[in-house]
Write a protein that binds this ligand. Structure first.
Ligand code: CA
Ligand code: CA
Length: 82
């Protein structure tokens, strides 16, 4: 059974809905203090941190050729000195 597109004069004619493929990539990076060598409860030199990165596609189509890069080790050094 064909539907009738209410936006056209002819009847019955199928309603056409265009669905666009749209991947939606997110990356979430978290850190935790695993070994607090100096027991001061915050990251400091000599401690051990663990970084976790979750990359997800919540879009409506697969994503291809996705690359994830950490651009600089300075980011890690910056966190250690905070
Ligand atoms: Ca119609
Ligand atoms: Ca510490």
């Amino acid at each position: 059974m064909q539907t009738d597109d209410p936006n056209t004069d002819s009847s019955p004619d199928a309603t056409i809905t265009i669905v666009y493929a749209h991947p939606l990539i997110t990356a979430t990076k978290t850190d935790s203090l695993v070994i607090d060598a100096d027991s001061n409860s915050y990251p400091s030199p000599g401690d051990t941190l663990q970084y976790s990165i979750v990359i997800a596609n919540t879009g409506n189509s697969p994503a291809t050729a996705v690359y994830f890069m950490i651009l600089s080790q300075m980011e890690i050094l910056f966190c250690l000195t905070m």
